[in-house]
Write a protein that binds this ligand. Structure first.
Ligand code: BTN
Length: 257
């Protein structure tokens, strides 16, 4: 008997499938500027200029799942700043439910398996004055290739689904699984349940743990103790002061256990 087709997730109103692009975030931005709706998804087989956080290069060989989702969120500033954490949580949920993998999150939104990165997320925004026009969530999952296909030093701190599972996965099924989880999380944010999501993400971040954080050219060493209501990292320094570190200005160099 033919399996009944599942309806597409709400955050997949328009699906644009491409072969080789510079960056799916760039294509999604062009579509956003041309007025495409929330839930436009751009997926590519390969990126020639994939971007990571802080302008770093993101290697995107064939076999990975590289995609961007356009959002036009009617959210307050606190929920908007929760979006990067929530996106990481959605990927973690999808990898767990699709493959039974044990997933960790590294603040703000790296997705790891046994300390190695399997997914990175780049959140880009566009404002007119103080009004948010749109958000692009760019998600890259290392899937059907070997970690050694990435260059050093990235390759030794990354893993792939093929390396973890011993086989390749169906990229389209994975895309839909992530988009379903993302839709559920987004819906929870819109209906005022953002705090629950932060608490779930915190669980996967394994606090408290030692952290070395670079924030606005400053290095901060201390005990990462959890997340503030807007998704900032709370770091307690030796003198007992607790500092809030915002995701858009900080990168975590080390997270001890
Ligand atoms: C990071 O960990 O620094 C973020 C990596 C984000 C990579 C994804 S792949 C799809 C989308 N297009 C890009 O150019 N970047 C994001």
């Amino acid at each position: 008997m033919k399996k009944p087709k599942r309806p597409p997730p709400p955050l997949c109103r328009k699906l644009v499938k491409l072969d080789v692009v510079s960056s799916t975030n760039d294509v999604a931005r062009q579509l956003a500027e041309a007025g495409w709706p929330e839930g436009t998804v751009v997926v590519a087989a390969e990126q020639t200029a994939g971007r990571g956080r802080f302008g770093r290069r993101w290697e995107s060989p064939r076999g990975g799942l590289w995609f961007s989702v356009l959002l036009r969120p009617a959210l307050g500033p606190e929920d908007i700043s929760r979006l990067p954490i929530v996106a990481g949580l959605a990927v973690a949920r999808a990898l767990r439910s699709s493959f039974g993998l044990e997933i960790e999150l590294k603040w703000p939104n790296d997705v790891l398996i046994e300390g190695k990165k399997i997914c990175g997320i780049l959140v880009e925004t566009s404002f007119t004055g103080s009004k948010l026009d749109f958000v692009i969530l760019g998600i890259g999952i290392n899937a059907n290739f070997e970690p050694h296909e990435l260059s050093e030093p990235i390759s030794s701190c990354s893993t792939t689904l093929r390396a973890e599972l011993g086989h390749d996965v169906d990229l389209e099924a994975l895309l839909f699984s992530v988009l379903r989880e993302l839709s559920a999380c987004y819906d929870a944010l819109l209906s005022g349940r953002g705090e629950e999501l932060l608490r779930e993400a915190e669980e996967l971040m394994g606090f408290p743990r030692m952290a070395r954080v670079l924030s606005g050219g400053r290095e901060l060493v201390g005990l990462a103790i959890g997340l503030a209501d807007d998704g900032s990292l709370l770091v307690k320094s030796e003198d007992g002061r607790v500092e809030k570190v915002a995701w858009w200005e900080a990168t975590v160099i080390e997270l001890g256990s």
